[in-house]
Design a binder for this molecule. Structure first.
Ligand SMILES: Nc1ncnc2c1ncn2[C@@H]1O[C@H](COP(=O)(O)OP(=O)(O)OP(=O)(O)O)[C@@H](O)[C@H]1O
Ligand SMILES: [Mg+2]
Length: 244
């Protein structure tokens, strides 16, 4: 078996019957899901459908997830959010290294910044970075921890269209090089089908659609063959011709 195939057979994340309610209102209703190691998955869903709730549960950030369900996730998990969450009073490199030790950590931090195109900006303050640069610094901070699982909650949602496309290329390139499992939350159908090899739609507390996108990378938004996937995803999201 090729090493890559072998890697994909081992689930990095395993959920069985994951349920989450807030004040008696159930948001996640017995979710069953396996994310194979090294797979790039996107998660779509309407606003309020529970995408962030699911991501927070997998990240181990939610202690209110009901018992009875089963949740297995790797030890080294990194999370990237819509805003970079850099500490403004620490320089960029210090932000990347936050909480890391080991005598080679400085070198690793510099290498991670170089990977995201921020070589030379190590001593900048976060306030001196553009939105896209700040998100790249956040990616470097995640990468330097060599995560087995990268969870990203609308990481490009606040960026302009051009920067977003550049970030897509960067994320895919970093994934190819490091091969973490990725779960990317987005409400952008095109972003999901251009980047991910599998797209999930969260609907009424469950995984309503689980779609494998079997097309080579790099993909273009204009690729006609992606249109069929787009239609199926929009239908699962309840977006019909009348809404467009
Ligand atoms: N800590 C909380 N307390 C009460 N309700 C919550 C809490 N966190 C989430 N919810 C509710 O759970 C539902 C799902 O929220 P969640 O943030 O997961 O949605 P989402 O799919 O990420 O939406 P968006 O696309 O707008 O980010 C919402 O109705 C929200 O109000
Ligand atoms: Mg959210």
């Amino acid at each position: 078996m090729a090493p890559h195939t072998e890697q994909l057979t081992r689930p990095a994340v395993r959920l069985r019957g994951l349920t989450r309610s807030f004040a008696g209102r159930t948001v996640l209703e017995g979710i069953d899901l396996d994310l194979p190691a090294g797979q790039f998955t996107a998660l779509l869903g309407h606003s309020g459908s529970g995408k962030s709730t699911l991501l927070r549960a997998i990240a181990g950030l939610d202690h209110g997830v009901a018992g009875g369900g089963q949740l297995t996730a790797p030890e080294r998990v990194s999370v990237v959010f819509q805003d970079s969450r850099l500490l403004p009073w620490r320089r960029v490199l210090d932000n990347v290294l936050l909480g890391l030790d080991g005598k080679d950590s400085g070198e690793r931090g510099r290498a991670a910044l170089a990977e995201v195109g921020l070589a030379g900006r190590e001593r900048a303050w976060p306030g001196e970075l553009s939105g896209g640069e700040a998100q790249r610094a956040a990616l470097a901070r995640s990468l330097v921890r060599e995560p087995e699982l990268l969870l990203a909650d609308e990481p490009f949602g606040a960026l302009d269209a051009l920067t977003r496309i550049r970030m897509h290329h960067l994320l895919r390139e970093l994934w190819t090089r490091h091969r973490p499992s990725v779960l990317l939350v987005t409400h952008d159908v095109d972003e999901a089908i251009v980047l991910a090899d599998r797209v999930l739609v969260l609907d009424r507390g469950r995984i309503g659609l689980d779609l494998t996108i079997d097309r080579p990378h790099p993909r273009s938004y204009r690729e006609p063959l992606l249109g069929e996937y787009r239609e199926r995803l929009l239908a699962a999201l309840g977006v019909t011709e009348d809404h467009r």
